[in-house]
Design a protein around this ligand. Structure first.
Ligand SMILES: *[C@@H]1O[C@H](CO)[C@@H](O)[C@H](O)[C@H]1NC(C)=O
Ligand SMILES: *[C@@H]1O[C@H](CO)[C@@H](O)[C@H](O)[C@H]1NC(C)=O
Ligand SMILES: *[C@@H]1O[C@H](CO)[C@@H](O)[C@H](O)[C@H]1NC(C)=O
Ligand SMILES: *[C@@H]1O[C@H](CO)[C@@H](O)[C@H](O)[C@H]1NC(C)=O
Ligand SMILES: *[C@@H]1O[C@H](CO)[C@@H](O)[C@H](O)[C@H]1NC(C)=O
Ligand SMILES: *[C@@H]1O[C@H](CO)[C@@H](O)[C@H](O)[C@H]1NC(C)=O
Ligand SMILES: *[C@@H]1O[C@H](CO)[C@@H](O)[C@H](O)[C@H]1NC(C)=O
Length: 373
């Protein structure tokens, strides 16, 4: 059932170029892109429960993500599953360094891509059935007739099991001069600058994840590109992301704006100065976190001092409370005594009254004389 709900065009877009954008700034007036404007670094571990929504948008497979001491685990459990995570921020040239272990499994793709609103794209794609190479690629303006992919080798020392054997460092360094792809510190490809439409040069966000290019429901070309049909009986297929480091080449920038329907050249895109939302979120911690950090940073002596202070305040409050109770009790006692006294005198009066009645004093006094007293 679910497999029919997966848009095949989404998969095809991965295999070739990204062909969808919410708003193409070459054609229409689009909102500016929120910038990173700084360096973002994160090592994923078991204490996390999700990709921090301040910085990431999970657009597919949120329930297929888990966290362990090895990192974030993105998995495919059955046909139709995929996981897509995107950053909420854009960079305008810079560096992406992701340490991850690719998922094994024929036709299973572990990938990261830099994508822009006018469909520039820089890719790294790893086929889970191929232990001898990985793939990198780029596109300008979503032009699917461009063929730029290369396949650096993964057969050297340290690459037992290919990209699926262990965590490796895949770094892409992107500037107005060139794109460089590094694997475990080794430069495996350099692409020099070309004109707009051929060379990616517009603000881009990072998208990463896992999908099955070998899904038997996909077009034959896609499955072939992915390295063959996927056998879902071998699931789960798991991509493990240990850490992510993203450097924006521009600092102290809040937005990137395309000037009116430009030529898409990097020179035509304006970096708007200011503090980015991402920067602010990274630097403003909750009051609780700050307090906790302050407490943890204190010496034992200082902690004891503060504990004593707090205890002292409690003790003082307790003493004040006791005094209050005693006082209340005392005044209560006095009040009761007064009330008793009043009752007694009242009772006395009553007794007296009765006695007089019996004696007939009132009758006498009513007579007006009362001399008998
Ligand atoms: C621009 O918009 C027109 C009309 O919607 C469309 O036909 C064309 O393909 C678009 N061009 C780009 C580059 O998106
Ligand atoms: C996990 O990462 C968080 C955030 O970086 C860090 O505060 C925490 O100490 C880490 N936990 C472990 C067990 O490494
Ligand atoms: C992330 O999600 C927000 C909210 O849905 C959206 O406005 C933004 O465009 C998304 N960012 C990217 C880079 O897709
Ligand atoms: C791995 O990919 C390379 C490049 O596409 C290809 O030449 C090779 O045959 C592939 N190996 C396997 C086992 O699929
Ligand atoms: C797409 O790229 C090809 C190869 O570089 C080029 O010949 C063609 O003109 C481009 N198409 C468009 C619409 O830009
Ligand atoms: C990953 O590779 C890049 C490029 O060579 C390098 O600058 C960086 O220090 C490496 N990161 C780690 C964690 O080794
Ligand atoms: C960042 O840019 C703002 C706006 O132009 C400016 O006021 C501020 O001084 C800059 N901060 C730094 C650290 O450069």
């Amino acid at each position: 059932m679910s497999r029919w709900t997966i848009p095949a065009v989404l998969f095809a877009a991965y295999a070739t170029a990204q062909t969808f954008t919410h708003c193409n700034p070459l054609n229409e007036t689009c909102p500016a892109n929120p910038a990173l404007g700084t360096t973002f670094e994160m090592t994923f571990n078991e204490s996390m429960s999700e990709f921090d929504p301040n910085f990431f948008n999970v657009t597919a497979g949120a329930d297929l993500i888990s966290f362990s001491e090895e990192g974030a685990q993105l998995s495919i459990a059955k046909q139709g599953d995929s996981v897509t995570v995107g950053t909420a921020f854009y960079i305008m040239f810079g560096t992406v360094e992701m340490l991850f272990k690719a998922a094994s499994g024929q036709g299973i793709i572990s990938t990261y891509n830099l994508l822009s609103d006018d469909l520039d794209e820089i890719d790294l794609e790893i086929m889970g059935g191929n232990t001898s190479t990985v793939s990198n690629n780029y596109f300008g303006w979503g032009n699917t007739s461009q063929i730029n992919s290369e396949y650096p080798s993964t057969t050297g020392p340290g690459w037992q099991g290919g990209a699926m054997g262990a965590v490796h460092n895949y770094t892409t360094v992107w500037s107005e001069k060139s794109i460089q792809w590094f694997m475990d510190g080794e430069l495996v490809r350099t692409q020099e600058y070309q004109e707009p439409g051929l060379y990616p040069q517009s603000p881009s966000f990072l998208k990463f994840g896992i999908w099955a290019g070998g899904d038997p429901d996909l077009p034959k070309g896609t499955r072939k590109w992915a390295g063959g049909d996927t056998d879902f009986d071998e699931a789960p297929f798991v991509m493990t992301v240990q850490s992510l480091r993203i450097v924006d080449a521009h600092t102290n920038v809040s937005y990137y704006a395309y000037e009116d329907k430009t030529d898409g050249s990097w020179q035509s895109i304006k970096a708007i100065p200011g503090e980015s939302n991402a920067y602010r979120l990274m630097h403003e911690k909750s009051f609780y976190e700050k307090t906790e950090q302050k407490w943890n940073g204190l010496s034992t002596g200082a902690k004891i001092g503060i504990a004593c202070g707090v205890l002292g305040v409690f003790l003082l409050a307790f003493i004040v409370f006791i005094f209050y109770c005693v006082k209340q009790r005392r005044s209560g006692k006095a009040e009761k005594a007064a009330a008793d006294k009043e009752w007694d005198s009242h009772q006395q009066e009553l007794d007296e009254y009765r006695t007089r009645m019996k004696r007939g004093d009132f009758a006498v006094s009513h007579m007006g004389h009362g001399e008998k007293f």
